[in-house]
Design a binder for this molecule. Structure first.
Ligand code: ATP
Length: 134
């Protein structure tokens, strides 16, 4: 079994999609290890997105992820990292496949509702940032 870190970004909370999104992971058979709503500052945003700090899209992304409450979740299950990324869909909601969270519910490449760790190594790093007691 495997763990992965998921964020329901501030657009998901603002749009009232938290229940809908969590239901998709839950229905798939993944289980919740930890789940907390938080509003983060630039310190946590910069740690989480360390690999993107120098990218042109990062300043507006930082602004967005610190703009209001988000929901941080640790999900567990067989191949959880890959399964969650498949459920989330492609980064850009405008081209993400129908049936995925982003494909069904997002029309943006920034406000794309969710984050999922991209590897087991990233998951371990990110879980350490968001839920250091796990
Ligand atoms: P995540 O890591 O959030 O699951 P991802 O792995 O699909 O998404 P990354 O390339 O790691 O995407 O980018 C991280 C986040 O930065 C994206 O989820 C999106 O919110 C934002 N982002 C990525 N590329 C762009 C872009 N070209 N323009 C605006 N925002 C972007």
């Amino acid at each position: 079994t495997q763990r992965t870190l998921v964020l329901l970004k501030p657009d998901a909370v603002r749009r009232g999609l938290v229940g809908e999104i969590l239901a998709r992971y839950e229905a798939k058979g993944l289980t919740f290890v930890a789940l907390e709503q938080r509003t983060i500052g630039t310190d946590v945003a910069d740690r989480h997105y360390a690999e993107h700090l120098e990218k042109a899209f990062y300043p507006p992304l930082r602004e967005f992820v610190t703009s209001g409450p988000l929901v941080a979740v640790v999900l567990e299950g067989d191949e959880a990292v890959e399964v969650v990324r498949a459920i989330n869909g492609a980064t850009d909601g405008r081209v993400a496949a129908p049936g995925t969270i982003r494909g069904d519910l997002s029309l943006s490449n920034r406000e794309n509702l969710v984050h999922g760790s991209d590897s087991p190594e990233s998951a371990a790093r990110e879980i350490g940032i968001w839920f250091p007691d796990l």
